[in-house]
Design a protein around this ligand. Structure first.
Ligand SMILES: *Cc1c(COP(=O)(O)O)cnc(C)c1O
Length: 441
């Protein structure tokens, strides 16, 4: 695929159809909308599998004892979980609901990990019952709670401890998770992490496999990883000396960036892999540790680029000297990221990706909020009602954060590959919206 300006953001199979329209996975996007309706989320299987292979291969090249664990909160769906399984990745969940998705896909328990900062007793019981490989603990309360659950279940549960390394990844304030002032993780700086290690090692029913941190997301720089890795490995050596901690596994989390707009592209996966592997090896060398197994946890980077959201243009409002608003049939209900994080998106006019774009346009949604904007001040051709707009890089954290605000149904999701399309989540109906409410009489 060659001459679409957003080529680096769109799925790798993006191309122009014979009619000059955007095509993905060999399918004409307008024809997909005619078949499945609008708005529509399209996932490209080739991009998804390609990202899985780039991660598995990229990290194995740099650090042979590495595991890639897909963070399913980016897009939890049984059909995607099947692909993740086939591509030999591990997977993590952060709630019982995500565990249910993994179970619906028969995802092997021995390749699952449970994250999250406040897991409930029932969620822990379900996970232990399923035989989950590992649970990452995030508070003193959770250490006690899981210890109790494990004893009652007669299972010696493998666990990791989530640490907060006080490293700023220079991402949005709301997506930084490894700084001192964060709800996530045991802080090394305050001494809390040391207490957690001591507490967890004393639990008969827990087996502490190793340490984990997650800095935030998306992280466009490499340096924060090596800085945090060095700090945590030094801590690991200290804990070995004081309490006999054996670091068998180490995870520097996820946070690998993707391209949302054409002028901010992420480092390559192999650059991340080289930075992380080098930092782990040199830290182990420096502090006299045996090299642990390495787990990385990409979420966004696995599914983000594979997904494209497609909307239909409705009303157009030009305020002379101010701006042009184009309203579409979705918005903050299916993608809250611009409203929540000021995230930017590129916008592709599906019917004429190569048209001259000379109108500065703000693409707004249909929800009753002024903040319901998908893309601010992007250059587009003068649009007409009924035209389709595609937002690249919509595969991660859009539908997973979707709501039914305004009692709006959530879009359908399809998977495309080699000219074939398959519905993997049907569009919601009004009956779906009403189902949880109680009858009036
Ligand atoms: C969300 C999350 C990830 C994945 O983050 P991405 O930015 O999607 O790569 C990995 N690990 C943990 C613990 C997380 O909470």
């Amino acid at each position: 695929m060659t001459n679409i300006p957003e080529a680096d953001l769109l799925p790798i199979t993006a191309s122009l159809s014979d009619d000059g329209r955007l095509a993905i996975g060999g399918c004409d996007v307008r024809k997909l909308v005619e078949e499945f309706g609008s708005p529509l989320y399209i996932y490209d299987e080739a991009t998804l599998r390609g990202m899985c292979r780039d991660f598995v291969g990229g990290f194995a090249d740099e650090y042979p004892r590495s595991h890639v664990e897909y963070s399913s909160k980016a897009f939890a769906n049984p059909a995607v979980a099947r692909i993740i399984e086939e591509e030999d990745l591990d997977m993590d969940v952060v709630t019982g609901g995500e565990l249910a998705v993994a179970m619906a896909a028969d995802f092997p328990a021995e390749r699952l990990n449970f994250h999250g900062n406040n897991k409930g007793r029932e969620e822990l019981e379900e996970a232990v019952r399923y035989g989950i490989a590992s649970i990452t603990l995030d508070s003193h309360h959770e250490i006690d709670l899981l210890s109790d659950v494990a004893r009652e279940s007669g299972v010696r549960q493998k666990v990791m401890l989530r640490l907060s390394p006080s490293v700023d990844p220079h991402t949005h304030m709301l997506t930084a998770t490894g700084i001192l002032d964060s709800k996530f993780g045991f802080s090394i700086e305050t001494g809390d992490a040391e207490h957690a290690v001591e507490q967890a090692l004393a639990q008969e029913w827990l087996e502490v496999e190793g340490l984990h941190f997650h800095l935030g997301s998306p992280i466009f720089e490499l340096e924060p990883y090596s800085e945090a890795i060095d700090y945590v490995l030094r801590f690991a050596a200290d804990m070995r000396d004081k309490y006999g901690l054996d670091l068998q596994r180490f995870s520097p989390g996820g946070g690998f960036a993707i391209g949302y707009v054409t002028d901010t592209l992420p480092p390559s996966i192999s650059a991340y892999a080289k930075e992380i592997a080098t930092a782990v090896r040199s830290g182990c060398d420096r502090y006299g540790l045996d090299e642990p197994e390495l787990t990385v946890e990409p979420g966004r980077a696995i599914v983000g680029r594979a997904g494209v959201a497609v909307y239909t243009v409705g009303g157009i409002k030009t305020i002379p000297g101010v701006r042009t608003y184009v309203s579409v049939d979705g918005g903050m209900g299916d993608n809250i990221r611009p409203a929540l994080y000021d995230s930017e998106y590129a916008v592709v006019p599906v019917d004429r990706p190569n048209a001259v774009r000379d109108v500065v346009t703000t693409v707004a949604g249909k929800y009753c909020e002024s903040g319901d904007v998908l893309a601010r001040d992007v250059e587009l051709p003068a649009l007409e009602p009924g035209e389709l707009l595609a937002l690249p890089a919509s595969g991660a954290y859009c539908l997973m954060m979707a709501s039914n605000y305004n009692m709006q149904t959530r879009p359908a999701v399809i998977l495309v590959n080699d000219g074939q399309s398959r519905l993997i989540r049907r569009r919601e109906t009004y009956a779906d919206l009403l189902a949880p409410s109680l009858d009036l009489d």
